[in-house]
Structures are given as structure tokens and as C-alpha cells.
Design a protein around this ligand. Structure first.
Ligand SMILES: CC(=O)N[C@@H](CC(=O)O)C(=O)N[C@@H](CCC(=O)O)C(=O)O
Length: 893
């Protein structure tokens, strides 16, 4: 195994352990300088990034190959000036929007003419329709008859001469008495009125709600939608794809600083960089090889090309090497055996055919009956293989599907899918700290102890290399059955066997046990239940430049953060806190988000109302949402008002036309820790439905610009969806969760579980009745619970929008109960969670043991059924029923 301190010579610009973490005693910061941000034109000595990295610039050229990291093109930090950089921007309309933006930036409502004009433009958008909201501010009318001013004045005049000369007790005449009584009455009336106002709680509630401003929610929605700017989205994507940024590298750090600076520029509050120390691996340029050996096994007859062709353009010379994240290091040789998609069934088929796989090298294709790449490697390991190669087959994602990149959406002959092979459905997050945050000084497992890592080396391949390997096993083993034949051209499909040509798989790498990674957060504090939050997250790290995965999501999150920052500057605040989070190291087993959740578990279980995830946000034209059932109503409401100008219909119409459904959450992105560990209701939104060159260098800015989303229309639409969704969740007096749909969905999930067991012919071994009863309890509790909402509405409407503090507090409690329903579905008993995978606590949602990506309902029950441990199955069923019933009761008790 290579030492932690072994040198890594770029390209790509990945620091070794030394470079990244060591050289600066007393500091955990890397000792390499960050590349200057293309959107930051300040001199280095003025930048925050520079001050954080207080070490002098590295000048020792021996540490950096000449073809190593080069900073990206310089672009201005000033959003306005970004507009002028692109040659292909349309001018007129953009300039108009830009002027409006500038007006909004400089507005001072108390000042000069320019501020008046900007305030009027603001008013046009927001304030002109104030207030159409049901919390209408209306004081009761009353009149107090006071003595006429002339009478009082006359009296005062008469007395003034005498008081000037000497002090005398006022003489009591009838006019003075009347005046005195009148004044006293007036004072009592005013005091009485103020008292009434006070006891009615009007001030408390309304001032807390609006902070002295009134914003028509409809106008705010229109503003959020109207402000989304496709050119800004495009420029941000261009910036975030300017150089590779694998987790923990200098490119990743530079972009973390850019996100932080953007959050600060937008006016977000409590902007924070949160670091964790986690296990990562990096490829070595000459550390990897796939070779066909000569008959005596002594020399290589053929070497795989491995790397993708240089895609060129902006990242020329800096393309990332192909490798598997979290792979096992090793140098192994064995006969080559082809095993279709690498599922356990595929390996069983080989053994049924009498093919000895011990010590062999498996060649399998991506996707298919075993979608999770890590589980392919694990299945190969369990079948006795010494190493595993995974290639992209043209029948699955190449030319047989459609035009390959860069002109089309599919993998070209040299395209390689990178990706992690950590077992994300077994251990999620840092594989050495499952269950707790990997902060400095925290205890850690060893790489040998963790169940999250595979034990045989693996590498990804393009079909160009796989073709040569497949040719060499023709005539060995068995002819492949039809469903094993891929689309690699000019191949006769054979399995190979222990007599196949020997292949060498070498995978030496830099392994860093405590690599620093950086999450970045910024928030807008709410005015009512400010401890409760709506969290929006997207990962920033990418295997390559990552135009689709994940930076389409990054561009969108930042655009929406900019717009909400602008609202904040206008005095708007939501009822609940909005938090924006840029995750690191998602590509390595969802680390950044999981460590954050583990580090802040209790707070999140109590206070996180909802989590919205963006990842591969834009790859097609179909809107998709995968979510907890609570989001059904709200997502329909949102997509009803977003119009697709290309397909000429609202997203809702298009959704209905294709019989769209709210999908179940799988386990492939940063919602996992929120949904399955913290019990925070989560949603993942995206435009998909079409392929993209996944985890390959072809997933770059040029591809997105020409093929993925011409004109950045879908980036714009998803920004609108996200902005509206945030408004609904953070600023509706009643949290718009569809609790009724949760009850219905539970019934469906149960039916699905029953069917699955029936298909296996095992449902006679257990009784699902307890869960069925529990689901009925949920149905009853929800209908009882929701009655209060109707009462609240009637009360507020009948009192013209007045809401006494007591009622407001009950509304807060109502919202909290609703949000905590999902937390109530966690198995928080000591040692609770899915047996043997106790990081996952949710009894309804969680990854399947042997299928990381697919949604799974009641995962613990399924695991036990798969293990055919019937007493355990029944025990888990009973426990699940108890937990669901408890969650139902907590709604209404
Ligand atoms: C299912 C899938 O394609 N997931 C994407 C992210 C997304 O678009 O939702 C993905 O690439 N996820 C990573 C997760 C890495 C890991 O957990 O090890 C992946 O490589 O699958």
C-alpha cells in the first residue's frame, strides 16, 4: 500500500497528503496557494482566500509539473461586468436587466432621485399591490370628541397673564373642569384602546411577522421568478466548470472560497466554512495499468490507454485521470472473465457453468441489473475475483443509444465513467467515522475495519479498451447468452475462464486518511420560528469539470441565493430560516452532507423542517421530483406556475401529460443523511429524462452550452421552481406539508412490500397486519390533526387577518408537529436502525442492501426477508408498527 506521503505529480491538480495538509505546522490549511478566482478581480493580497491561506505562494517549480494546474481564465467578480465577457450575449434586453439590477443594488429609500427611481422600480415589482394578503392590517375606527381647540385656546390665553406674575392655585371654573374631564377621558380612551390592542396581541404578532414592512406574497413570488437570469446562470456555470475540482483539491478549495464570497456578497448571514477530515484516495499518473500479459506472464503484450482523449478547450492539459473513488490499491494478475453487469446473479451463473473465478480479473459493464458500481465490485470480491474492471458499453450508454458526446448526449468510445466504489448503502459518509462527524481529533476506524470499503482493486474503462480485452477471451469459457451480449462492435461474446489470457490490474494511489474538505453555508434568518429551517443543498466537488453533475445545481443554488439576498436587502424576511449549503465530497460516498448531519444531528432532528437537494440538476427537459410524500401538494402548486417556453406549457401540464409521479428517494445523493438519518423530509428536484456523459470529461461547459441546455432555459426554470419552493416552505404561515398523502403513501409502500415478498413466494412467513393497523392510525391521526388548520383559517379570516399570540404559538406548534412526523419515524433506540447498517434510522425509507440507487421502502424488513430470518422479520415488523403508531399519536397528543 502506498504511503500517505507519497508524491503525486499532476496533472490533474490534486495535492498529495503533504501538499494538502501537512507543510504548515499549526495550521490545517493546505500550503498551496489557491488559484485566483475568475470572478474575483481583487489583487490576491486583498482576497479572503489569500488571507486564509496566509502562507507565501509556492514557487518551487519542482513541486508542480509544467503541465499542472493553471488558473482559469480571468473573469470579473462584478456580476455586471460578467455580462460583457461573453461574446454571444444579446445586448439590448440584457443591458436593460443589468440596469435594473444596478438600480436595485444602489437603492436608498431615504435618499436622492436615483434612489427614488429604483424604489419605484421595486415598488412596481413588489409594493404596488400591497397588501392582498389575508393578514390585512386594519385598525378599528373610533372618534373621540374633544373640546374645541378655540375654547381651550381662549382659556389658556385668559390665564396666561396671571401665571406669568405669581403662583396661584388654579381657580376652579366650569370651563377648566370640562377641559380637565375631557382630557382625562381622552387619556382613558387612548389607554383603553392601547390596552385592547395589547391584549388582542395584534402588535406582537404583526410586528414580529413583518418587521415593519409589508410584502405581498404574490408579488414576492413574481419577483423571484422574474429575477432569474439565464445569462448569470450561464456565467456561473462557466466559472464553476473552469477547472477540475475533485474533493479536497486546490480547485475544490478555490471554488469553496468563491461560494463563500458569493454568499457574503449576496448578503447571506452567518456565512461559514465548515471543515471535516475524511478518508479520500487520488490516482497516480503512472500508478494505474491494465495490461494483457504474455503467455509466461512476464511482460505486457498490450496496455490499455485508460485516459480519455484530451477534450481540450478550457480544461486542456488538466483533465482528471480515470479512477474509482475509494478503490482498493493493489497490483493483481489473473485470467480475464467477462461477467455481464456484475450482479450476484451474474456471478452465480458463471459458477453454475463450472467456471472457476478464484483469483481471476472480472470484466463487467456499467448499469443493468446491478446499477450500483460499488456493489458490482463487492459481488466480484465475494465471487473470489482478484480485481474488477468496469466499462461503459455502447448498448447501455453509447452510440447504440444515440449520438455520442461532444456532439450528442452519449458516451464516446474513449469516454470513461469515474465514480466511487465505496458501499454507500452499507456505510454512508466518511467510511472511517460511520455515525459521527469527522472533526479533527475524533476517533476513526482503520481502512481494514470499515465495512464501507471493497477489498479488491478496480478501475473504470472506455469501451475502446474493453473491446481489446473482450477480443482476447473469444473462444474461452462459454458463449454468452443473449442478455449478456453488449454493444461493443466486432466482438464474439464469450465468458472466458481460468485459461483466458492473463490480465494485470494495477491501481496504486495516494490515500489520505484525514483529507480536509470544505462545506460552505449561508443563511437568511427567519422572523417567526427562526430556529426552524428550510435547507437547500448541492455538492460542489466533481470528478471532472462537472457541468451537469453537480455544477448545474451549483449555478442554480447561487442564482436563487442571489435573489433571496436581494429580497433580504429590501427588508423581506421569511417566517422560517433559509439555509444554503455547498457540500464537499459528495462523489466520495456523500461525505460532506453526511458529516454535517452527523455533527448536528440533534438540532436537525428537532429543527430542520425540510431539505431540498440539487445535484445533476439539468440534463434534460423533463421535470422530476423524488421526495418524501409530504411534498406532493406543494410541488404541484409550484410547477403549476412555471411555464416552459420551449415546450409551450406549464411544467404541471407537461408532468400530467407524461403521467408524472412524485418519485421515491433512492440513495444516490446528499438527501440520504437528511432523510434517512435525521428524519428531515427531503426532496430532490431536477430536469432529466435524457442522457449526459456521466462522470466523464465530456460533461463540460461546452457540452452544456451546446447540447445540455442551449440558452440555459432549463437552468432558469429550475431556479424558478427552487425559488418558489423555498418561498412556500419558509414563508407560509402553515407549513404546506401534505400529511394526507403520507398516510396514503404508507399504504402504497406496504402493498409494494407485500407484492415483493409474494413474488419471492415468502409472504407466508410473516404477518404485516401490525403495520397495516399502524397505517390506519396515521390516516385517522392526520384527519384529526388537519382539523385545526381549518379552525385556524376560519379564526384568522373572520378576524380580518388578526392572529393573537396564543393562536400564533399554536400554529408554530402545529407546524413543528407536522415537520417532526418524519423524525418520529426514526428508530432511535440504542442500537436501533437497519440491523448491521445502523447509520440508517428511518423505518420507512433507506437504501436497499444490494441496490444503492433505487428507492426502497421498509429496508430493514427487506434485509431480514432476504436473509430468510423469519423471527427477525416479524420482530422488525412489530417494531416498525410501534414506531409508526407513535409518530401518528405525536401528531395529535
Ligand atoms: C443515481 C445517480 O446517478 N446519482 C448521482 C447523483 C445524482 O444525480 O443524484 C451520483 O453520481 N451519485 C454518486 C454518489 C457517490 C457515492 O455515494 O459514492 C455516484 O457516484 O453514484
Amino acid at each position: 500500500m502506498p504511503s500517505e506521503k507519497s508524491q503525486y505529480i499532476p496533472p490533474p491538480p490534486i495535492p498529495t497528503y503533504d501538499e494538502a495538509t501537512a507543510g504548515n505546522p499549526g495550521s490545517s490549511r493546505p500550503n498551496w496557494p489557491p488559484p485566483s478566482s475568475p470572478i474575483d478581480t481583487r489583487p490576491d493580497h486583498e482576497t479572503e482566500a489569500q488571507s486564509l491561506l496566509s502562507r507565501p505562494r509556492q514557487t518551487d517549480s519542482s513541486r508542480r509539473a509544467p503541465q499542472g494546474y493553471r488558473p482559469p481564465y480571468v473573469e470579473s467578480d462584478d456580476e455586471g461586468s460578467q455580462w460583457t465577457l461573453d461574446d454571444d450575449e444579446s445586448d439590448g434586453e440584457d443591458a436593460q436587466v443589468r440596469r435594473e439590477m444596478q438600480e436595485l443594488e444602489v437603492e436608498d429609500p431615504l435618499n436622492d432621485t436615483s434612489s427614488r427611481s429604483s424604489s419605484s422600480s421595486w415598488r412596481k415589482r413588489i409594493a404596488s399591490s400591497l397588501p392582498q394578503w389575508k393578514w390585512r392590517w386594519r385598525l378599528p375606527r373610533f372618534t373621540v370628541r374633544l373640546p374645541r381647540q378655540s375654547d381651550v385656546a381662549n382659556n389658556a390665553d385668559t390665564e396666561s397673564g396671571e401665571t406669568r406674575t405669581r403662583f396661584r392655585l388654579p381657580s376652579i371654573n366650569s370651563a377648566a373642569v370640562i377641559l380637565l374631564i375631557g382630557r382625562l377621558l381622552a387619556i382613558f380612551l387612548v389607554l383603553g384602546f392601547l390596552y385592547l390592542l395589547f391584549v388582542s396581541d395584534l402588535f406582537t404578532n404583526m410586528t414580529r411577522r413583518i418587521g415593519g414592512h409589508m410584502f405581498d406574497p404574490e408579488a414576492v413570488r413574481q419577483y423571484v421568478q422574474g429575477e432569474v437570469n439565464s445569462d448569470m446562470l450561464r456565467n456561473r456555470l462557466k466559472h464553476f466548470t473552469g477547472y477540475p475540482h475533485i474533493a479536497g483539491t486546490e480547485g475544490d478549495y478555490a471554488l469553496a472560497m468563491d461560494v463563500r464570497n458569493d454568499f457574503m456578497k449576496f448578503g447571506l448571514e452567518d456565512v461559514t466554512v465548515d471543515d471535516y477530515y475524511v478518508y479520500l484516495n487520488y490516482p497516480k499518473a503512472d500508478g494505474r495499468a491494465v495490461e494483457i500479459m504474455s503467455a509466461d506472464g512476464k511482460e505486457a503484450k498490450w496496455k490499455a490507454l485508460l485516459e480519455e482523449e484530451e477534450v481540450g478547450e478550457r480544461t486542456a492539459g488538466r483533465q482528471t485521470l480515470v479512477f474509482h473513488g475509494h478503490s482498493k490499491a493493489g497490483d493483481v494478475k489473473g485470467p480475464l472473465i467477462y461477467a455481464n453487469y456484475g450482479s450476484r446473479e451474474d456471478f452465480k451463473r458463471l459458477s453454475d457453468k463450472g467456471i472457476n473465478t478464484k483469483g481471476a480479473i472480472a470484466l463487467v459493464r456499467y448499469y443493468g441489473t446491478q446499477g450500483d458500481r460499488a456493489l458490482k465490485v463487492k459481488a466480484a470480491e465475494l465471487a473470489g475475483f482478484a480485481g474488477c474492471l468496469i466499462y461503459s458499453d455502447p448498448a447501455d450508454d453509447g452510440f447504440l443509444k444515440g449520438e455520442p458526446a461532444p456532439l450528442g448526449r452519449y458516451m464516446p468510445l474513449d469516454g470513461v465513467q469515474r465514480g466511487a466504489v465505496s458501499l454507500m448503502s452499507w456505510v454512508v459518509g466518511d467510511v472511517l467515522t460511520p455515525g459521527w462527524g469527522s472533526k479533527k481529533g475524533q476517533p476513526r476506524m482503520t481502512t481494514e475495519q470499515t465495512p464501507g470499503l471493497v477489498k479488491i482493486p478496480s478501475l473504470p474503462l472506455a469501451w475502446r479498451d474493453a473491446q481489446v480485452l473482450l477480443r482476447h477471451i473469444q473462444g474461452f469459457g462459454e458463449r454468452c447468452p443473449d442478455d449478456w451480449r453488449g454493444g461493443v462492435p466486432e466482438i464474439e461474446w464469450w465468458t472466458g475462464n481460468s485459461s483466458s489470457p492473463v490480465v494485470r490490474l494495477k491501481n496504486e494511489q495516494d490515500e489520505v486518511e484525514r483529507q480536509e474538505i470544505w462545506n460552505v453555508y449561508g443563511k437568511i434568518v427567519g422572523v417567526e420560528q427562526n430556529e426552524k429551517s428550510i435547507i437547500i443543498g448541492n455538492h460542489r466537488d466533481a470528478w471532472t469539470s462537472g457541468a451537469t453533475d453537480p455544477n448545474s445545481g451549483t449555478a442554480i443554488m447561487l442564482e436563487v441565493a442571489r435573489i433571496f439576498g436581494d429580497l433580504l436587502a429590501r427588508g423581506w424576511r421569511p417566517l422560517r430560516t433559509i439555509e444554503f449549503m455547498s457540500w464537499d465530497a459528495e462523489e466520495y460516498n456523500l461525505i460532506g452532507s453526511t458529516e454535517f448531519v452527523e455533527q448536528n444531528l440533534e438540532t436537525l432532528q428537532k429543527n430542520a423542517f425540510a431539505y431540498i437537494n440539487l445535484d445533476t440538476a439539468i440534463s434534460g427537459q423533463e421535470f422530476h421530483a423524488a421526495a418524501s410524500p409530504v411534498f406532493r401538494k406543494v410541488i404541484y402548486k409550484v410547477i403549476d406556475r412555471v411555464f416552459d417556453p420551449i415546450l409551450n406549457a406549464t411544467l404541471r401540464t407537461l408532468w400530467d401529460e407524461r403521467n408524472g409521479e412524485l418519485e421515491g428517494l433512492g440513495a444516490g445523493s446528499d438527501y440520504v443523511a437528511f432523510q434517512d438519518i435525521a428524519g428531515t423530509s427531503s426532496i430532490d428536484i431536477r430536469f432529466g429524462g435524457a442522457a449526459h456523459p456521466y462522470h466523464s470529461s465530456y460533461d463540460n461547459f461546452a457540452w452544456m452550452d451546446r447540447i445540455g441546455d442551449q440558452g440555459f432555459i432549463y437552468h432558469n426554470l429550475l431556479s424558478q421552481v427552487l425559488g418558489l419552493l423555498i418561498l412556500e416552505l419558509s414563508d407560509k404561515p402553515i407549513l404546506p406539508f401534505d400529511m394526507g398523502n403520507y398516510a396514503l403513501a404508507l399504504g402504497r409502500y406496504l402493498g409494494n412490500l407485500w407484492q415483493w415478498a409474494e413474488d419471492k413466494g415468502v409472504n407466508k412467513h410473516f404477518n404485516l397486519e401490525p403495520i397495516k393497523n399502524a397505517v390506519q392510525e396515521v390516516e385517522k391521526a392526520v384527519s384529526e390533526f388537519e382539523k385545526w388548520e381549518t379552525e385556524w383559517q376560519q379564526s384568522v379570516v373572520s378576524s380580518n387577518g388578526w392572529e393573537p399570540v396564543g393562536l400564533g404559538q399554536r400554529r408554530g406548534d402545529y407546524n413543528t408537529r407536522m415537520a417532526n412526523f418524519e423524525t418520529g419515524l426514526l428508530d432511535l433506540e440504542l442500537g436501533g436502525g437497519i440491523p448491521n447498517r445502523t447509520q440508517f434510522k428511518h423505518v420507512v425509507f433507506g437504501p436497499q442492501l444490494w441496490s444503492g440507487y433505487d428507492e426502497a421502502y421498509f429496508p430493514a424488513i427487506r434485509d431480514a426477508i432476504d436473509a430468510e430470518d423469519w423471527p427477525l422479520v416479524q420482530k422488525i415488523i412489530d417494531k416498525t408498527a410501534r414506531i409508526i403508531t407513535g409518530a401518528a399519536k405525536a401528531l395529535i397528543e
